[in-house]
Design a protein around this ligand. Structure first.
Ligand SMILES: NC(=O)c1ccc[n+]([C@@H]2O[C@H](COP(=O)([O-])OP(=O)(O)OC[C@H]3O[C@@H](n4cnc5c(N)ncnc54)[C@H](O)[C@@H]3O)[C@@H](O)[C@H]2O)c1
Length: 302
């Protein structure tokens, strides 16, 4: 295929599923030859076939980004197959949530940091060396809006993503002399169902979409479209910075009040009248709230 990335070679870590799979597809549509490097062999092989049947010159290399010998092999095999490396998308990552810091173990902390953060450092080191030989390149690191704000019990994940943002500007300065640009992208809520292995139908409710200033939850192609621009020559003056892509969620100020609660419930169940009634009961307080509580208990027990 021909496009903005014709003749370029891209490695997408974690490219078998989710955001990485969409990025691999988009870069391929723009003309790049794409290596998908993923720890999940079955999904990786399946995605390689899917990409090829959609016209992308793709190749899967089984890789655990937290293991140095795997990363060296990923880069060596890419050079053998496609002649060099121009673009690296450090996308592979795992989540963490639901456990208080008092229960989190050192092993859990180390696992998240080694895949999400050390993996970015390792892949940048070895792919960067190949880019330097080619006279330049671009590295895009996938961070998260959780680098900047948090729900409870997410310390390893948030710290790994904050680390990626800092690693990005550090790499950008160190690698500028090799004409290697380095940026990070921090997605908000991206529904990856349709890019999973196997693909699934999204199961989002109206409130999930409505709470975003952009009116909807994000999808992997939103992120892929931004990345395709960032790795192209159109972005040649951009390095060292982070791009948040979150449908406006992180700039939205949220204060809880009866309007927010009532309208949220009305949107979720797609019944604005119920939302209005709940607002009025919440505003009136006292006896009406006690009555509402009694009615809900009766309903639940019936
Ligand atoms: N989906 C979101 O809402 C969201 C939001 C912000 C940031 N992110 C980030 O985007 C990236 C992709 O997320 P996703 O939602 O598509 O996740 P996903 O789980 O759908 O895909 C991640 C891929 O990475 C692979 N992977 C995991 N550990 C690996 C390892 N050690 N080595 C190589 N590959 C490995 C998995 O096998 C999988 O194919 C992650 O870094 C994630 O933190 C996602």
């Amino acid at each position: 295929m021909s496009g903005r990335l014709s003749g370029k070679v891209a490695i997408v870590t974690g490219g078998a599923r989710g955001i990485g799979a969409a990025v691999a597809y988009k870069l391929g549509l723009e003309g790049a030859k794409v290596v998908i490097a993923d720890v999940h062999e079955e999904a990786g092989k399946w995605r390689e076939g899917w990409l090829r049947s959609n016209g992308v010159d793709a190749f899967f290399i089984k890789t655990d980004v937290s293991i140095e010998s795997d990363v060296k092999n990923m880069v060596n095999e890419t050079v053998k197959r496609f002649g060099g490396v121009d673009i690296l998308i450090n996308n592979a990552g795992i989540g963490f949530s639901g456990k208080s810091i008092f229960e989190q173990t050192l092993d859990e902390w180390n696992r998240v940091i080694s895949i999400n953060l050390t993996g970015v450092w390792l892949c940048s080191k070895y792919a960067g060396q190949e880019m330097a030989k080619r006279g330049g390149g671009v590295i895009v690191n996938i961070a998260s809006t959780r680098a900047f704000q948090s729900e409870p019990n997410t310390e390893p994940y948030s710290a790994s993503k904050g680390g990626i943002v800092a690693l990005t500007h550090s790499l950008a300065i160190s690698l500028s002399k090799y004409k290697i640009r380095v940026v990070s992208v921090a997605p908000g809520w991206i529904d990856t169902s349709e890019w999973q292995y196997p693909p699934r139908k999204p199961s989002l409710n109206p409130l999930d979409h409505a709470q975003h200033p952009a009116g909807r939850v994000g999808n992997p192609m939103d992120v892929a479209n931004l990345i395709a621009f960032l790795v192209s020559d159109e972005a040649s003056w951009i390095t060292g910075v982070n791009f948040t892509i979150d449908g406006g969620m992180t700039v939205k100020m949220i204060y809880m009040d009866p309007d927010v609660l009532g309208n949220s419930i009305g949107t979720m169940v797609q019944d604005p009248e119920l939302g209005d009634l709940i607002i009025r009961v919440l505003m009136s307080g006292g006896a009406k709230l006690t009555e509402l509580k009694r009615m809900i208990k009766t309903m639940l027990n019936s």
